[in-house]
Write a protein that binds this ligand. Structure first.
Ligand SMILES: [Cu+2]
Length: 122
């Protein structure tokens, strides 16, 4: 038997190594879950969505922040998936993307302002 050749010290060392391995595995899985859910912010400034195109994993909450001194909105191209109210300076709007796909959006007050959220399956 391997435990007999290693002796008591070897058995204890083996158990500690096993516990460390399980701990690292658990840590790895949980940090991956946190990374997948990391929120993303899109600034609105100078009539521009910054960044105009973002790519995020499924389940990500995107928050738009109006840093302009002009009101703006965030409305999905289909006008149904998401639709903010009029956002004054420093107002925020959040939407969680739970479906993979490409989601174009625009500002309904200034329709030349456009952006896109690409949601990747995890
Ligand atoms: Cu606008």
């Amino acid at each position: 038997m391997i435990f007999q050749t290693l002796g008591r010290g070897g058995l204890v060392a083996g158990l500690i190594a096993l516990a460390v391995a399980i701990g690292l595995l658990t840590l790895g899985l949980s940090s991956r879950a946190i990374a997948a859910a990391a929120p993303v912010t899109v600034k609105i400034d100078n009539f521009t969505f910054d960044a105009a195109t973002i790519t995020v994993p499924v389940g990500t909450t995107v928050t738009w922040v109006n840093q302009d001194d002009i009101p703006h909105t965030v409305v999905s191209d289909d006008k149904a998936t998401f639709r903010s109210k009029v956002m004054d300076t420093d107002d925020r709007f959040s939407f969680t993307f739970n479906t993979p796909g490409s989601f174009g959006y625009f500002c309904s007050i200034h329709p030349h302002m456009t952006g896109k959220v690409v949601v990747k399956a995890s």
